[in-house]
Design a protein around this ligand. Structure first.
Ligand code: GLA
Length: 735
């Protein structure tokens, strides 16, 4: 049993294969937190609550409710009654009072996992997982809350969510509804988060946790380039393979908060949920609100294990696309090749040349619709520009198909240009505050997807294009944050619902799209990786990782992204040099190896490549077909980080049966007078013998024991020149 109720202690032990999460009911009323970490027996949870220490529970000392509330570890702390740490829940009544007292009522344990209405979430059947529901109610307002915990026993992860129902007679305002809270004793924790910027997404940051609050958050209307809905608390000695990690990740793509707080008693509270700024949700009597899901992972073996647990959960219980385990077509995208300046001849030239080299899909990026020759117009006018593409989309797609290639297309469905027929026809469809100028970003406005008629209108335009041409792939872009927040479709008291309703509108559109076009390969994107999160992965098996395609910069971006997300989800392409963002020149080979760690494709004018480079494309195509399975579905190990050592980088992936592995080493900066470097490999079978072979065949293959490769290491010789790299195939010979 993965969820055990101990009647004597009135506690719940939520057991995964390696962890226990302990919840206790205190005074028959409070849902308190007991423990999270390596497995312990259910009967031991109660004694971890410090109930014999003052301030005692209110049942024992009525006068000290405040002291109790402000120090007890809580599962879902509320504001307004005396817990002055960060609350997870805040209600305001019609009369303007702000407080609630959620009293525990009853529990239910069900096999499987209930769906979260309208939201992306992990999924699992009755064999995969078990769910605990803790029902609580606030007597005064009649608001009921159900705390949901789903235990994925074998995967070793727990998810949480919250459902709020108004059973009272009056409307209430939900001002805050987080999804996860974890109280613990401080162990000198450090906070790990993924911070960034456009073209520098998800850099790993690690800082000591001091008294007070440390947070990662977004109220940009998207999970954002700058901060990420992930946070981990780690013990100071934590490395890739040792130390304790408590991690949370939010299955949501809009505003979020992830916060760690160290309090006066050296307790730590980690919370995650919808950002309370720009959020206020009115619940009329009978209404229900569902908060998005938080995923919790605990590792007693450092970051590496945490990463592999997230990968396992997301590969098996989040991403739904039929492409998840399929070989994705190697694509070529024309964005960096042409930007907006192309016609059908140019695209067909690129496609023809690509096909000869083994590339399998031509993706037409921004600029094919309306009169869009710059980013100043036409978003929303999703009709083909026949001036550029004579004969229309169907003809172009068929011509590409005739060459033996699939055809894909770019959309930015959530946006509208002020200079567009759509905006002229429906100026009220843009998010706006009447009487104020709408803030422009990239010369565009955001469509008000909190309104069903806007969702329907835009969906139909996109679907109509897909219904009428053989389109196998869509890159769904979103190129600006949300501000000047106002909806002409919402009454004043519901204006605070806009940002979340917007996200629900996006999810609804993607749900409809994937239902109507089940074979469509969807790739999400947001000015590169501004919305790379588990919410989007529920709809698309891959997300464009960053507009920065420079192979060296990508080392840090992909390292941070792969900390949580499987390699099979990271959109990565080989682009031209000098790199368009940085001007850096890296060898074609290195660009290939780095892109092979993701979904793999090209983003350059292939007609302009030298013969030597074209040969290298053929070779990379071969490598992709040969190794994509072990890269996409294998276990991922970070070996060395250029971000940390400022010299070199290496990673490997190992097949689940440990018979095959791929190792990539990048010598970012050459060093003078150096000997070979010994890289300790991971994830192999100590007892087996492996052949290690440079995939280019330049080096002689060697045979080594798994024990030697992992404990002593594998020697890599220095090369003259910066940005050099090498990729090895590692194959089990004998056990
Ligand atoms: C965003 C994307 C790019 C490209 C452009 C097109 O920036 O990240 O890959 O599609 O939009 O405008």
């Amino acid at each position: 049993m993965s969820i055990i109720y101990d009647k004597i202690g009135n506690t719940f032990a939520l057991n995964t294969c390696e962890t226990t999460y302990g919840v206790a009911i205190v005074d028959n009323r409070y849902v308190a937190h007991g423990y999270y970490g390596k497995r312990i027996p259910a009967e031991d949870i109660r004694c971890l609550l410090r109930e014999e220490e003052a301030p005692f529970t209110p049942g024992k000392n009525k006068r000290e409710t405040g002291g109790f509330l402000d120090s007890m570890w809580m599962e879902f702390p509320e504001s307004g009654m005396g817990d002055f740490r960060e609350s997870a829940f805040c209600l305001r009544t019609e009369s303007g009072y702000r407080a609630s007292e959620l009293e525990y009522d009853r529990f239910e344990i069900v096999q499987g996992k209930p769906r979260l209405l309208g939201l992306p979430a992990t999924w699992g059947n009755e064999e995969d997982c078990t769910t605990l529901k803790l029902y609580c109610q606030d007597r005064l307002t009649g608001v009921r809350v159900c705390l949901l915990y789903t235990v994925f026993e074998d995967v070793d992860a727990i998810t949480r969510s919250v459902i709020v129902e108004n059973h009272g007679k009056e409307g209430v305002y939900l001002e805050k509804a987080y999804s996860g809270c974890l109280d613990m004793e401080d162990r000198n924790f450090q906070v790990v988060s993924l911070m960034g910027a456009w073209a520098r997404e998800r850099y790993i940051q690690r800082l000591p946790l001091g008294y007070g609050r440390q947070r990662a958050a977004s109220f940009r209307g998207e999970s954002s380039h700058q901060e990420h809905p992930f946070m981990a608390l780690v013990t100071p000695e934590t490395t890739e393979d040792t130390g304790e990690v408590y991690a949370m990740n939010f299955v949501y793509s809009g505003n979020f908060i992830a916060q760690a707080e160290k309090d006066q008693f050296d307790s730590v509270r980690m919370v995650m949920g919808l950002h309370p700024d720009e959020f206020c949700w009115k619940l009329e009597p009978g209404d229900t609100f569902t908060a998005p899901e938080v995923v919790m992972v605990y590792s007693d073996q450092g970051f590496g294990k945490m990463t592999r647990l997230f990968h396992r959960l997301y590969r098996n219980h989040l991403i739904r696309s039929p492409y998840l385990h399929k070989e994705r077509p190697i694509l070529i995208n024309n964005w960096e090749a042409t930007y907006f300046q192309f016609d059908e001849k140019k695209l067909l030239d690129i496609a023809r040349e690509s096909r000869k080299l083994g590339i399998e899909m031509m993706v037409m990026d921004d600029g094919w619709f309306g009169k869009r020759d710059t980013d100043e117009s036409s978003l929303g006018d999703w009709q083909v520009n026949e001036g550029k593409l004579k004969g229309g989309l169907k003809k172009l797609a068929e011509q590409v198909n005739d060459m033996g290639m699939k055809f894909g297309i770019w959309f930015e469905p959530e946006m509208v240009s002020p200079d567009s027929d759509l905006y002229r026809a429906h100026p009220d469809w843009a998010i706006q505050i009447p009487g104020r100028d709408i803030t422009q970003v990239r010369q565009q406005y955001v469509l008000d997807l909190s309104r069903q008629e806007v969702v329907d209108g835009v969906y139909e335009m996109v679907a109509e294009i897909l219904r009428n041409a053989p389109i196998a792939y869509v890159k769904w872009d979103m190129n600006r944050p949300l501000c000047t927040l106002g909806s002409l479709g919402l009454p004043p008291e519901r204006m605070g619902e806009l940002s979340h309703r917007y996200m629900l509108g996006v999810y609804q559109m993607q749900e409809r799209l994937t239902e109507e076009f089940p074979d469509l390969l969807l790739e999400n994107c947001s000015s590169g990786g501004g919305r790379f999160d588990p919410g989007m992965l529920y709809y698309s098996p891959q997300i464009w990782c960053s507009d920065d395609t420079d192979a060296v910069e990508r080392l840090a971006i992909q390292e941070g992204t792969a900390m949580v997300y499987p390699l099979s989800t990271m959109g990565a392409h080989v682009s031209a040099c000098p790199n368009h963002i940085l001007g850096r020149v890296t060898p074609f080979e290195t660009r290939g190896y780095v892109a092979l760690a993701g979904t793999f494709g090209y983003e350059l004018d292939i007609t302009k490549l030298s013969e030597e480079e074209k040969e290298m494309v053929k070779e990379q195509v071969r490598l992709y077909h040969r190794y994509h399975k072990v890269i996409a579905d294998g276990e991922y190990y970070r070996l060395d980080s250029y971000r940390e050592n400022e010299r070199y980088d290496s990673w490997m992936t190992v097949s689940q049966d440990r018979k095959e592995a791929v190792l990539v080493y990048v010598q970012v900066l050459a060093e003078a007078n150096k000997k070979s470097r010994c890289i300790r490999l991971k994830g192999l079978d100590e007892k087996a013998m492996y052949e290690v072979k440079d995939v280019t065949g330049r080096e002689k293959a060697v045979c080594r024991s798994g024990a030697a490769l992992m404990n002593a290491g594998f020697r890599i010789l220095p090369e003259a020149g910066d940005f050099r790299s090498i990729m090895y195939e590692i194959r089990m010979k004998t056990v």
